[in-house]
Design a protein around this ligand. Structure first.
Ligand SMILES: [Zn+2]
Ligand SMILES: [Zn+2]
Ligand SMILES: [Zn+2]
Length: 265
């Protein structure tokens, strides 16, 4: 399985779109891994999780051909993960030669309703699939298990366990610390890779709707203490540039993702 993390920022990007805080000033000056776009991952050629407003930037920067996309899994309806208006451009005259229509778009009820309201399945080469938590979906060679995240009271936010015949990966974004049913489900499985959000960085405080570094370590130790662990979805408010966070995370065996990082497993 080839996974590319296309974006590693929280909702406002990094440097944040309209921000003049010290961290964003330092990030702009330092460049490189300190420039972070909104979160999404590409899996092989035909699978993608989330459709952030930076999708066009990802297509250009990482030479991605989304006419090959067959399965788009959405975690939740927040704009940084689901810029639904981009789906308008799946149909002619905006897009031609979609390789294998319809593109299946999977999500919770809020996401499914939003797609159906804003982008008609009749006039676009898309098909909406409403997911139920903990009920696996087969998508070509992979299996996606939507799990209940702990993120927003307004909708049933989902994270994903992604399985091939030989590999299992957790993509945990967006979420705070999981509640017991999700933890019990996750603890019963073995993983090759954990990708976990860490919006709060190393800041202390309860991880209610997003994760802190301490909460990431707690989760890793519960479900895969020796599993490769990569953190993503960072807020500029956590104050650490890439190298500064690596100095804290790497000694704990955790890798700090940057935009475009490729993970093979
Ligand atoms: Zn987010
Ligand atoms: Zn800022
Ligand atoms: Zn969110």
């Amino acid at each position: 399985m080839r996974i590319q993390i296309l974006g590693t920022a929280a909702a406002e990007g990094w440097p944040a779109v309209f921000c003049g805080c010290d961290t964003c000033v330092r990030a702009r000056a330092a460049g490189g891994h300190n420039l972070r776009s909104r979160s999404s991952i590409q899996i092989d050629d035909i699978y993608k999780i989330d459709l952030p407003p930076d999708t066009f930037h990802h297509v250009l920067t990482y030479d991605i051909n989304l006419s090959n996309l067959e399965h788009l899994f959405i975690t939740h309806s927040h704009h940084d993960h689901f810029a639904v208006s981009e789906l308008y451009y799946t149909r002619p005259p905006f897009a031609h030669n979609i390789r294998k229509p319809p593109i299946r778009i999977y999500g919770n009820e809020t996401v499914a309703d939003t797609v159906r309201t804003k982008v008609s399945e009749d006039s676009h080469p898309i098909e909406v699939v409403t997911l139920e938590a903990f009920v696996p979906v087969k998508a070509n060679d992979l299996r996606f298990i939507p799990i209940t995240a702990h993120h927003s009271p307004n909708e049933h936010c989902l994270n994903y366990v992604i399985e091939s015949d030989s590999v299992r990966v957790l993509y945990a974004s967006d979420t705070g610390e999981y509640e017991q049913p999700t933890l019990d489900f996750l603890a019963a499985l073995d993983y090759d890779l954990l990708i976990i959000e860490c919006t709060q960085g190393a800041l202390p405080g309860p991880a209610t709707s997003h994760m802190s570094f301490e909460a990431v370590l707690r989760l890793r130790d519960k479900i895969g203490p020796t599993t490769r662990t990569v953190i993503t979805h960072f807020s500029h408010n956590m104050g650490l540039l890439h190298d500064e966070f690596e100095a804290i995370a790497n000694p704990e065996g955790v890798e700090v993702a940057y935009d475009g990082i490729v993970l093979e497993c």
